[in-house]
Design a protein around this ligand. Sequence first.
Ligand code: AAO
Length: 512
Amino acid sequence: MKLLILATLLGLSLAQFNPNTRDGKTAIVHLFEWRWADIAAECERYLGPNGFGGVQISPPSESIVVTNPWHPWWQRYQPIGYNLCSRSGNENDLRDMITRCNNVGVNIYVDAVINHMCGAGGGSGTHSSCGSYFDANRKDFPTVPYSNLDFNDGKCNTGSGNIENYQDINQVRNCRLVGLLDLALEKDYVRGKVADFMNKLIDMGVAGFRVDACKHMWPGDLSAVYGRLNNLNTKWFSSGSRPFIFQEVIDLGGEPITSGEYTGIGRVTEFKYGARLGNIIRKWNGEKLSYLKNWGEGWGFMSSDKALVFVDNHDNQRGHGAGGASIVTFWDARLYKMAVAFMLAHPYGFTRVMSSYRWDRNIVNGQDTNDWQGPPSNGDGSTKPVPINPDSTCGDGWVCEHRWRQIKNMVAFRNIVNGQAFSNWWDNGSNQIAFSRGNKGFLVINNDDWELNDTLNTGLPGGTYCDVISGQKESGRCSGKEVVVGGDGRASFRISNQEEDPFIAIHADSKL
Ligand code: AAO
């Protein structure tokens, strides 16, 4: 009993659920495959000024370089060591980015790949992002160094050495995920190397980590690693701040390993969120927006203060990972803007916005044959910079969803309504819904095949507000629709189902 209490206390004291965002900012963006130099510039010219709390970056660790297929994005999920040198830039570029983003109040969260090294079939040589030598056949990674003693194979009892059955907990954690050499994280030596890698980044100024493939690591091993992490750099964070930890665990139900095993040691990605929201927005299986009334824990999701939520991620936007065809992405822009606006207006979870690049999507029998394609690149496979067009969109195949007016303005909306109650819910029993966040913000969506024409209680003080979806407030004037809220908080709304964006959002700062 005493032991149990001690363990609980220890667990709590090590808990790292706080994203450490500055000035109460509430959303981060995943700048998938961006170069460090571009992220640094984006923090200064866009993310800081527009209220983004932080950036999730692609894995900074040295990885294998794959040339067949040609430089796929997923090569970065195959580390060959912990030198900070990747397709996004070298250690100096990384340090410069972290410093410059921190200086404008934008946090950096690192995608940490610590479950495994490269694939067993990765060969030997210097085909790595910094040219370091490694030998996957001998499980020899000299820059760490790891040797064949540092892997789990002895404990895996499947014929192939790979995970064959997700119903078997031991396989999932001791065998190889899609052939990736599985580190023995129960070894003190391995834990130490992983913690050193993460601590180096913490000391450089990062605010936390997305921890990759946590389902495939034992929670106790992870907890031991997290316990070894330094506090954040006091140049930017208050003393005693713990790194934010959000763990990638795919739990859509139906497997013995659940996200609940990990919520005691950090936040966890809530994959049900995007999968279920996709069904609703697509109106599949007769699902309706009105079902969102009790969205969140009411839908069997983990508790809000443990959840990291997103509409799509770098895997499920291209058919990897889980979620399936219901996931909405930038390819379905109209539905996507609606889904992201809902997410950012709704109080559940800590939110992450996706920022993607275009690839030659080619779906054959439900499978995308180009799901491997890397970011916009030069002929030699090096990643192209992100050019910014005069209208503030991105060029060269970079989608930059986070720069879409509707999404950018909803990030600001979320910051403004932070802490306000979910209130004034209204629905028409179908796909027209509305709700306010206390008396600070109000969202109305029409996803029905007919017009919305109603007078609704916005919860907001009387006045004229600028809709931040069709436009925005610019030097005191509104470039979009205006909404007149009466002294009783009521306003009339008309939203045609034909509109480019069939939803309206107003908030305290959009008052004219
Ligand atoms: C590449 C090649 C492989 C090759 C390998 C080694 O593609 O052919 O064998 O190299 O040479 C990424 C790519 C992989 C790539 C890898 C390494 O996605 O294709 O392999 O880099 O380069 C599982 C994990 C989850 C993981 C996800 C992709 O649990 O952690 O697979 N995500 C992370 C990263 C991801 C990365 C890795 C991990 C590896 O985000 O980018 O891989 O670092 C079930 C399980 C899930 C499982 C999925 C997919 O899901 O529950 O845990 O995710 O299967 O295997 C329904 C169910 C749902 C189920 C789903 C699919 O929806 O409800 O539960 O069906 O069956």
